[in-house]
Design a binder for this molecule. Structure first.
Ligand SMILES: *Cc1c(COP(=O)(O)O)cnc(C)c1O
Length: 234
């Protein structure tokens, strides 16, 4: 059995265990396999092991990989999620080639994605990224700005605002990990109470997925636990 298949099984088991401990239905937690820095062959191996949704951070790398996977295995129906930083002059290929974007952090980006979404495709699913730990170096809107930004985005025609995304500051302890995820859940509830129809909390990575699931994550974004340690070229 391939390593990727084995790792996927282990990750699915961790998700199931975390959902059970939180008394949540495991079907309410979707696994996004983050394939950045890994090749089309790794994506295909994961897809053959039943994985359908893939997350990418770097646009050029992602576009080449998506094209290669489609050319090699046109039979695979995969969903592609963009989860990396977005430059405003690079929105068009994102609008054209992805099903979801998790890393929208300003209205202008959402406007461009909406304008550039091809008419033959369904609205692009997007999440608003929130800088929940308030780190100066991190992108994302501040929690206090989230409602106003979400209201503007949800009025756009060709994007569908689905919820919120966060990458909290890394902390070791499982109990400490839960605090920012709990704040994200509360923020989502606040936006819903204001009338926005949102169903997604994209949070949790290889090191903190259990804490995220305990606090209500509906999409966990898992890279290294599936594909192994990343090595960055250069
Ligand atoms: C790389 C990345 C992940 C996956 O991280 P792992 O620790 O490898 O699971 C998830 N989300 C974002 C935004 C990432 O950039």
């Amino acid at each position: 059995m391939s390593v990727i298949r084995q790792n996927l099984q282990a990750v699915r088991q961790r998700i199931t265990d975390a959902a059970n401990s939180a008394r949540r239905d495991v079907h309410g937690v979707e696994l996004l396999a983050v394939s950045k820095t890994f090749g089309a062959d790794a994506v295909i191996a994961a897809a053959e092991a039943g994985q359908g949704a893939f997350g990418e951070n770097y646009l050029q790398e992602a576009l080449e990989k998506i094209a290669e996977v489609r050319a090699t295995r046109p039979d695979l129906q995969l969903e592609w999620h963009f989860i990396g930083p977005i430059q405003s002059n690079k929105t068009r290929p994102i609008a054209e080639h992805f099903d979801w974007v998790h890393s929208v952090d300003r209205v202008k980006i959402a406007q461009r994605l909406s304008e550039q979404r091809p008419a033959h495709l369904p609205p692009l699913n997007i999440c608003l990224q929130v800088n929940i730990s308030g780190e100066a170096s991190k992108s994302g809107v501040l929690p206090t700005e989230a409602l106003a930004v979400a209201q503007e985005i949800s009025a756009l025609p060709n994007v569908c605002l689905r919820g919120l995304m966060a990458i909290p500051e890394a902390v070791g302890d499982a109990e400490q990990q839960r605090a920012p995820f709990r704040q994200m859940h509360a923020l989502l509830d606040q936006l819903r109470a204001a009338g926005l129809k949102l169903d997604t909390l994209s949070m949790g990575m290889s090191g903190d997925m259990a804490a995220a699931i305990a606090e209500g994550a509906t999409i966990v974004r898992i890279g290294s636990a599936i594909f192994g340690t990343r090595e960055y070229a250069k």
